[in-house]
Design a protein around this ligand. Structure first.
Ligand code: ZN
Length: 351
């Protein structure tokens, strides 16, 4: 896919494509039968619903203790993200595996359009920028849509003493809200984003009881690549400076701007040409900074891949060959299960 223009595709029609995917997402959500709603997490839960969780490593019906743990996890997530989140924190607080996938699989992240968003008082308060990234190797689509809102925009357009470039440099270090149309964001992370109040798309109030009951992680590989470009890429810096200059011109700060197709393709090709492994410095300053951002060791919130080893051992105990074991671990990972949970399901099936 690297170097493939189709990874970005046509920009005209991309907003319509993003809207169509959002509509499909909302329809699927409405039709989903097994959502654990907030009032149920609070305790108003009928055990007869027999909803399942993977908390503790096995797939089993939800108990009152689980609900207490979900309430605790949600409270901790709310506290963790009090005061918003910055591009750097999104990278720092994300899981090792998500950062690795972003580094290896997502080669392009291009801003395509920006517009000022109005707050409840009718004033423009934040800047919404739409990004397109390529999709990973196992995806059934060729690109993903990531939306980022910059919450410092109002200040940036109001402080006319500062050049648009300086205001943009500050803007990208300030608060963001975000959304991605991929499954990982929708099913693992959107609930956490909603609780942390940094979701840019539709809120998700259904607790991720199967995929992510411990509420680990923050962002998918597409969002992570976008955040790395926000932190380190000169193209995003230039785009934000343009949006700020436009916002200052127009009386109400609306400041719609678009990326030209040709410019987007030039940027995508430049990004895709960058080497993905190799020496620590490639000579491409933007890229080196973006990659450093993704490499940075995250804090204690990160789950280390130690689980894989113990899961592997347990699969060995089940009598799986090393090849079969690797496949199981990979299949489990794609389903969002830990190897322990996969083993639990397999053992359950034997009984
Ligand atoms: Zn994504």
């Amino acid at each position: 896919m690297a170097g493939d223009r189709r990874a970005i595709g046509r920009l005209s029609g991309s907003a319509g494509e993003a809207r169509a995917r959002a509509r499909q997402d909302a329809d699927e959500r409405r039709a989903a039968p097994n959502i654990l709603n907030p009032n149920e997490v609070r305790g108003d839960y009928d055990a007869g619903r027999l909803l399942m969780t993977t908390l503790g490593g096995q797939v089993r019906p939800i108990t009152a203790d689980d609900l207490a743990m979900f309430r605790h996890n949600a409270r901790m997530a709310g506290q963790r993200f009090k005061g918003g989140i910055t591009a750097r924190q999104v990278v720092d607080m994300s899981l090792f595996d998500d950062r690795k996938r972003a580094r290896r699989q997502i080669t392009t992240a291009v801003p395509t359009a920006g517009r000022g968003l109005r707050g409840s008082n009718g004033q423009v308060s934040s800047l919404e920028v739409r990004f397109i990234t390529n999709a990973g190797p196992d995806s059934d689509v060729s690109r993903h849509h990531v939306t980022v809102e910059f919450t410092g925009y109002q200040t940036a357009i109001a402080s006319g003493a500062e050049s648009p470039q300086r205001a943009a440099a500050r803007l990208r270090k300030e608060g963001v809200r975000f959304d991605c149309d991929c499954g990982r964001h929708r099913y693992w992370f959107r609930y956490i984003a909603t609780i942390g109040r940094y979701n840019a798309g539709r809120p998700e109030t259904g607790y991720p009881k199967i995929r992510n009951p411990k509420l680990n992680g923050v962002a998918c590989k597409h969002v992570l690549r976008v955040m790395a470009e926000i932190e380190g890429g000169s193209a995003v810096q230039a785009f934000l400076a343009r949006a700020i200059a436009k916002g200052r011109q127009s009386e109400d700060g609306a400041g719609h701007i678009r990326q030209r197709q040709q410019e987007a393709e030039r940027l995508a090709e430049k990004q895709a040409r960058r080497p993905r492994g190799g020496p620590s410095s490639t000579g491409d300053r933007d890229y080196d900074r973006a990659r450093r951002a993704l490499r940075r060791q995250s804090r204690a919130t990160t789950t280390k891949p130690k689980r894989t080893a113990s899961g592997s051992k347990r699969m060995q105990a089940l009598g799986a060959t090393p090849g079969a074991r690797d496949k199981l671990v990979e299949a489990a990972r794609q389903l969002g299960l830990t190897p322990e949970q996969a083993v639990a399901i397999l053992q359950g099936g034997k009984r």
